[in-house]
Design a protein around this ligand. Structure first.
Ligand SMILES: [Zn+2]
Length: 198
């Protein structure tokens, strides 16, 4: 006995997602079949198609957007002279959820990693330098992760920026070797407040 082909195919689709094995995939597909209306599924299918059709990276900061620029870059109340440099869009959202930071971001797209073969050219570092040069930036906050790769990246960027603007690093309170995504809100808030010259 085999599932109908559509179900078999969908199970395979779900299994391509991170942390989803056969059993979970099976459960998700059966849930969609038994619990969702046709309208729900149509909407979901539409959104899946739109995910790649209408979402793109903000040309200024690398955040995700459906518009020309992202909401943060478009927001006039934010201080465009203060840039927080993060590794990933996920990190940007972690900081943004705190609701404390009123500057703008720059998403690198990862960190320099000798072990994973990620070099300077794989990251949005030259874009960052150009942005600093062209926009009279007051402060660059290096909010890369507190692990070897994050630290290497922060040092590299600091060396390139030189003395053209204030460079700070959020490190205080963040446990060494930790990813920002896993830090709790209080720790992150302290890390943000306790940033210091780098
Ligand atoms: Zn943006």
């Amino acid at each position: 006995m085999k599932y109908p082909q559509v179900i078999v195919d969908l199970i395979e689709d779900f299994k391509k997602l991170p942390s989803i094995g056969t059993k979970t995939a099976e459960r998700l597909v059966m849930f969609l079949y038994s619990q969702s209306s046709v309208e729900d599924l149509n909407l979901m299918a539409d959104n899946l198609v739109k995910l790649k059709q209408s979402v793109h990276k903000c040309p200024v900061c690398g955040n995700l957007t459906e518009g020309e620029l992202c909401d943060i870059c478009q927001d006039d109340s934010r201080d465009k002279q203060v840039i927080m440099v993060v590794e990933t869009i996920k990190d940007l959202f972690v900081i943004e959820r705190l609701g404390e930071f009123r500057g703008v971001y720059h998403v690198l797209g990862g960190a320099i990693s000798f072990s994973n073969g990620i070099g300077v050219d794989d990251l949005a570092i030259s874009d960052l330098l150009k942005r600093i040069k062209d926009n009279n930036i007051k402060e660059v906050i290096l909010a890369t992760n507190a692990n070897v790769d994050g630290e290497t990246t922060a040092r590299y960027i600091k060396a390139l920026i030189d003395d053209s603007c204030l460079v700070t690093r959020i490190a205080h309170g963040l446990p060494v070797g930790s990813d920002m995504q896993y830090a709790d809100e209080m720790t992150l808030l302290k890390a943000l407040e306790g940033r210091r010259d780098y």
